[in-house]
Design a protein around this ligand. Structure first.
Ligand SMILES: O=C(O)CCC(=O)C(=O)O
Ligand SMILES: [Fe+2]
Length: 216
């Protein structure tokens, strides 16, 4: 019998149980929650980087709509954001992209997801702000495939702080929801074109990185 080792080599990969869990969650329920995706010291590094840039006044009021038609609408979303340029990254951002890229490579290799580009921004929700229920593709970007949120809050995030990410999903024809607190190091990943979600009002500043994996 003749073998084709080159082909086997291409298809071979080390199975990563964490990534496999994410994939099976996505297939089963269109979202996945991974606690401690980033370790405490990594979260601290990223939080410091966010706060430094925020204090330097680099953040801007998040808008809704697309680039040519940006509307700042406080009654819809109240967060401040700063896009992260992967080329100009510092130590914290390098660490962030290393982990994200490893996940993306795995998704492409094992699921043929065809993720070609990605975009991420820091976000800070000041006290009293929220983001009303929406679908991430309302930004007129049908290329957004998976939404990723990673929380950079300090360890003691309490329920009375509010700021849950509420994801709405269909349960056999009935709408159900899951409420997720923005615990530090927690990563939430969900199908951008499928799941509506919202950020409940926060009582203390809420820190995160949000981004999208895109097909083109
Ligand atoms: O911060 C979150 O939990 C979600 C943010 C979000 O939905 C968005 O930026 O589109
Ligand atoms: Fe969103």
């Amino acid at each position: 019998m003749t073998e084709t080792p080159e082909l086997y080599e291409q298809l071979e990969y080390d199975v990563n149980p964490l990534y496999e869990k994410i994939i099976s969650d996505l297939i089963e329920k269109k979202y996945s929650v991974i606690d401690h995706f980033f370790e405490q010291n990594e979260v601290a590094l990223l939080r410091d980087s966010l706060l430094e840039k925020y204090e330097e006044d680099n953040f801007k009021k998040a808008a809704i709509g697309n680039f040519t038609n940006e509307i700042i609408e406080k009654s819809i979303r109240g967060d401040f954001i700063l896009w992260i340029n992967e080329e100009e990254k510092g130590e914290a951002e390098k660490l962030f992209f290393n982990k994200v890229n490893s996940l993306v490579e795995y998704l492409n290799r094992t699921c043929f997801m065809g993720i070609l580009t990605k975009e991420f921004h820091y976000a800070l929700y000041p006290k009293g702000t929220f983001y009303k229920r929406h679908l991430d593709t309302f930004q007129n970007d049908g290329r957004r495939k998976l939404s990723i949120v990673c929380y950079l809050n300090s360890e003691d995030w309490k329920p009375e702080n509010g700021g849950e990410l509420t994801i709405y999903f269909d349960d056999n024809g009935r709408e159900d929801q899951v409420n997720l607190y923005p615990f530090p190091g927690r990563l939430v990943i969900f199908e951008s074109q499928e799941l509506e979600h919202e950020v409940k009002a926060v009582e203390v500043p809420r820190l995160s990185i949000t981004g999208w994996l895109k097909t083109r």
